[in-house]
Design a protein. Structure first.
Length: 366
């Protein structure tokens, strides 16, 4: 088995190259992703427990609900149906427990107890290290001018659905395999432009890290959990490992090229985040930015993952469309892909199919 990565594990160009990613099981009424996240959480915890560095921080997730906010209501119902532990909180509870959080327009809240933070880039590096230890050959290489064709060469062009015989890397190495999995994040539509250019749209996303007041523990975990403000399209993470309080707007940004896009945050983005902080974490409204990053979401038409066989090649698999929430599901996505490659038809999810991906983007999965 060979793993090829152009820029290295956990690199800053990737969708999973930042320090942290939220892992939560709340998806409104969508039990498919709730169940997947729940299983993935257990697998991430198990992996983290035997790794030498911390990969998971147990912080819980605080869902802040506005009066006309149906998403937390449906999430609460799903938690009840599946037996996922949570705690319902009134605004009085919130004021007492989390006095650092401003409650403007907040009507109630829900604390998802077992959720937390994955150390994203560190976790990717750990997974690659584990793969190497189990015999996988790792190459930091680029597939030269990728496409179908000419770089992917069919074994028998006369077949109804031919098999790929080999791929070529930038260094000229020829790699042959029984199956080829392209899990290339925002590069997928560049690798398969005719098939995916209008089905997967990378967008530019900005995140900011703010310094907490000197000597204050109110913005670390456990005094401050992750919070998700669905109605305001914002989320935040407590100060972990001294990197600052992370805040971002979850709204899809403008189209973005992962190779050539400018990765310097905009003044407009900072102004919007500071305006949000003034209402939600007022003690941080003037806090200095100690780090800022530009990453990308790679969005399918509705937010569902893409996990399907290439329509023209029997042994090529397309895996992507994380849509801003894919990283946490990595363990279960890996199991799903392995089952498909091994020929199992059990548990095939139609929502992951290429046929379900439209050219008009309308976000349903958050």
């Amino acid at each position: 088995m060979v793993l090829i990565d152009a820029h290295g594990p956990g690199n800053s160009l990737s969708s999973s190259g930042d320090r942290s990613r939220i892992i939560r099981t709340g998806y409104g009424g969508d039990e498919l992703y709730t169940r997947s996240a729940l299983q993935s959480l257990q697998l991430w915890k198990k992996f983290s427990a035997r790794y030498e560095a911390t990969l998971f921080h147990h912080t819980s997730v605080l869902w802040l609900a506005h009066e006309d906010d149906s998403y937390p209501i449906r999430t609460r119902e799903t938690f009840q149906n599946l037996g996922i532990p949570f705690e319902a909180l009134t605004t009085s509870d919130l004021s007492r427990r989390y006095p650092q959080i401003g409650l403007d327009r907040i009507s109630w809240a829900m604390l998802e107890l077992d959720a937390g933070v994955l150390c994203a880039s560190r976790a990717v590096q750990a997974v690659v290290g584990e793969a190497i230890r189990t015999g996988v050959e790792y190459l930091q290489e680029e597939v030269r001018d990728p496409g179908v064709p000419p770089v992917i060469h069919a074994q028998d062009a006369r077949a109804t659905r031919p098999k790929v015989d080999h791929i070529l890397t930038a260094s000229g190495r020829r790699i042959s395999a029984g199956s080829y999995v392209f899990a290339c994040g925002p590069w997928l539509p560049k690798i398969f432009p005719g098939l995916l250019a209008d089905r997967i749209q990378p967008t530019r996303q900005e995140v900011f890290y703010f310094a907490a007041p000197t000597g204050s523990k109110s913005f670390t975990s456990p005094p401050l959990p992750i919070w998700i403000d669905f109605k305001d399209e914002a989320y935040g993470l407590p100060d972990l490992e001294g990197h600052g309080v992370k805040v971002a707007i979850d709204r899809h940004g403008p189209p973005f090229d992962p190779d050539k896009g400018d990765r310097v945050v905009t003044e407009e983005g900072l102004v919007e985040v500071r305006k949000y902080l003034a209402a939600r974490l007022p003690d941080l409204k003037d806090a200095p930015v100690i780090e800022a990053r530009v990453c990308q979401y790679e969005n399918t038409s509705n937010g569902d993952f893409l996990i399907d066989r290439h329509p023209e090649f029997e042994n090529v698999w397309l895996v992507g469309g994380g849509s801003g929430h894919g990283f946490k599901h990595g363990p279960i996505v890996g199991k799903y892909v392995a089952a498909r490659i091994n020929g199992s038809n059990e548990g095939i999810e139609p929502r992951f199919s290429l046929a379900s991906k439209q050219r008009e983007h309308r976000r349903d999965v958050y």
